[in-house]
Ligand binder design. Sequence first.
Ligand code: AHR
Length: 502
Amino acid sequence: MLPVSLTVDPAYRVGPVRRRTFGSFVEHLGRCVYTGIHDPEHPTADEDGFRKDVIELTRDLGISSVRYPGGNFVSGYRWEDAIGPVAERPSRLDLAWHSTEPNHVGVDEFMRWTERSGTEPMMAVNLGTRGVQEALDLLEYCNVESGTYWSDLRRAHGTDKPHDIRMWCLGNEMDGPWQIGHKTAHEYGRLAAEAARAMRMVDPDLELVVCGSSASSMPTFGEWERTVLTETYEHVDYISAHAYYWEEDGDLASFLASAVDMDHFIESVVATADAVRAAKKLSKRIHISFDEWNVWYQHRAESKPPSGTDWPVAPVLLEDRYNVADAVVVGNLLISLLRHTDRVHAASLAQLVNVIAPIMTEPGGRSWRQTTFHPFQQASTLAVGDVLQVVIDAPTYGTAKFGDVPVLDAVATRDPETGETVLFVVNRSTTDDVALDVDLRALPGLRVLDATSLSNPDHTWSATADDDHSVAPRENATAEVRDGRLVAQLPPVSWNVVRLGS
Ligand code: AHR
């Protein structure tokens, strides 16, 4: 048993819990849109062909905002193809995923889906094959009331009120050589600044996200952020970060410590943004939109796009099956995002359905929850109020990728109105229980309202359509408050949530 001491104190407030931390991502990729959120043949399909069972799961997951329509897809996208009568819409080659895009779902349908799923849209514009004018046209179509070509066309297509989209991404992963229209930091920074300036002429209150690095391992990481922000700082609000942590590859210890890398990524981007701020002698701060993050088994066959003359519609792509260890890592990445709530103001779990996703569907059939659904759902629904930094005194273990790391990671949230305090904890040990001892002297009178652990003797257990429930968060009866201290026993490779109240 590994002894770990924590201190939870409302004095260690980092900032508010932000609903946008619990965003996700719907890309025209594989079966995320077609047979994912949209399946007109499905028994639960609504008048637009959207699956109501998936809408219910999206609500249950507590998703706040949804990035759309890509991803790599957006860098070759012509948004005008996907408006107006569906039967008249052209099919196009999607070069990013070597697929055929039928354009049955476009911006108007997606906006109706966000209303039904209770989510906020986060729209990306194409700065790969297109530029300022096309971004302006889309903005006019979406946000202008009436009396112009594009706004009247939207009305003619049946949407009288503007969509009024607040958050806009200025392209996607433009640092990546795989991106259609890939650019140098200088080329992209200039284009993004001009797009941002023009978009703000239409609507000065937009919240704009400029592309940061697509991974902290990119050779241009750091310098990319510095150059792009030097060009755009005055015109944008956020810089994006993308990170995918993948696979055990025989090194479970390193994999379980993936959040160390996310911490490093966030802190490096913050430092770079603040250095540009200092050089420009500005007071405004740039925040991070961590708008793609997840575990992704990129080397597996299901991540390989079709090739040659095969250009299928909605192929099976990136349909990773997540196990218990993956869910623990996802929980730990949420802890990292929450503890940086002062600078991470939005985040998107990539993606929502079928494509590296917490929700899976059978075409025309069942929908089900992956293991990663649970930590996200618990964090998105239980984290309320303020985020509290937790002081951790824990033994460390050695990892090949990140050196010595603490066996446990944690963050707390506290609702100042009700006093309810929630502790989110992962035990990264692959072998040992943790004996948790939490100093709650600064929060007198608390008792355990409930405590759960997600773990399994076989951490490789994955859910299926037939069984998505036999491994899920279960009551942890060892948690109790004694003399102002919370004590609990946490199993190895586990995600744990303790809710405390009076
Ligand atoms: O989420 C899958 C892909 O990962 C996205 O299209 C791209 O932006 C990233 O490289």
